[in-house]
Design a protein around this ligand. Structure first.
Ligand SMILES: [Fe+2]
Length: 351
């Protein structure tokens, strides 16, 4: 499979993944042969790139942390949670059980697949951004949390907090949240109140662990005390909230938003590393650099010798040195372990 930005998608290409919206509804099945109508439909949903199935990229196998079906079910229950909250209601008991079940699914997927790097090109539709974002943050946080040596109970709290972290945004006008302009002072204050609003809502309406509620409250605090709403600092911020912070920024920056186009995973990694110790906990940043793929499988990259190549495998701990397949020659090179290739570096992610 290879990943192509939407402007390079052409008629008759074969879809390499299932496409679904932010509520878990199937848009197009895997292996659909794309028509012009399909492409317009995909663009309409704000999808910025797709995995395509072709013979050249057959070695590039994407291993996702969550099976597509589990991800779809997760999106369904997360969107239900936000819908209910918007309507001033709470989840019914069976729905809350379903949400807890999804937390368990994410935690067991993370623990059962310790070798799978999180693929930062998780598909997101534009209209239901919040549900996709909350789901992705929960999974990224779970991946990071497992490597930050959290126990299973802590992991469950972290993943639940991932699903819930932005629930307070329900109380902020959507026009303000999606405003493609500079916010006024009053609007900014409203947006910056969403962690507190979420915390209050959860405390009043659900019986989640206090750790879950507090992680929601603290997910915008900065390691150096420069965040909001309480300007807490380093160890005073819950460890789970410090992990959540990294997961949140990773996912938000690689997503397509009305006020910014998606940044490349490699750019986001640079940003996070540059702000280690300032915005982010250095310990969590260190884990993130090992567990999240900077050059996701299926992407085209430019090499220091000028050639172009497709990333076909990532190696944990060596996120800058994946295995690649050169486009012109078809030669496969493992940049993490090849004496011939030590002088070759990746200079650019082409997306
Ligand atoms: Fe937030």
């Amino acid at each position: 499979m290879r990943y192509l930005p939407i402007n390079q998608i052409q008629q008759d290409m074969v879809l390499g993944q299932e496409l679904y919206d932010g509520r878990g509804n199937l848009l197009l099945p895997k292996y659909t042969k794309l028509t012009e109508d399909h492409i317009s439909y995909i663009i309409f949903h704000g999808i910025t790139g797709l995995y395509i199935d072709d013979s050249f990229s057959k070695e590039a196998e994407i291993r996702e942390v969550l099976e597509p079906e589990v991800r779809r079910e997760t999106l369904r229950i997360v969107s239900k949670l936000f819908q209910r909250t918007l309507e001033g209601d709470t989840l019914t008991d069976p729905e809350e059980d379903a949400l807890r079940k999804k937390v368990e699914n994410v935690v067991s997927s993370v623990l059962d697949n310790p070798d799978v790097l999180y693929n930062l090109l998780e598909l997101k539709t534009f209209d239901d951004y919040t549900y996709c974002h909350s789901t992705s943050v929960a999974v990224i946080a779970g991946v990071l949390g497992a490597k930050c040596c959290l126990n299973e109970e802590q992991l469950k709290d972290l993943v639940m907090a991932g699903f819930l972290h932005d629930i307070g945004k329900v109380y902020v006008d959507e026009d303000i949240i999606n405003a493609p302009r500079r916010l006024t002072e009053a609007e900014r204050a409203k947006v910056m109140d969403h962690p507190r609003l979420g915390y209050e809502f959860l405390k009043e309406n659900y019986n989640f662990h206090e750790t879950v509620n507090r992680s929601v409250y603290e997910h915008h605090e900065w390691y150096n005390g420069g965040g909001y709403p309480c300007r807490k600092k380093s160890q005073d911020i819950l460890y789970l909230a410090r992990i959540l912070k990294v997961a949140d920024v990773f996912d938000a920056m690689t997503s397509n938003r009305s006020y910014h186009s998606p940044y490349l995973p490699s750019e986001v990694m640079e940003y996070i590393m540059a702000r280690s110790g300032m915005e982010f906990d250095p310990e969590v940043v260190d884990v993130a650099t090992k567990e999240l793929s900077v050059y996701p499988v299926g992407c085209e990259v430019e090499l220091s010798n000028g050639a172009h190549a497709l990333v076909i495998r990532n190696h944990r701990g060596y996120s800058l040195r994946p295995t690649i397949k050169q486009l012109e020659t078809g030669e496969i090179m493992d940049l993490s372990d090849n004496r011939k290739s030590w002088s070759i570096t990746i200079t650019k992610l082409l997306m």
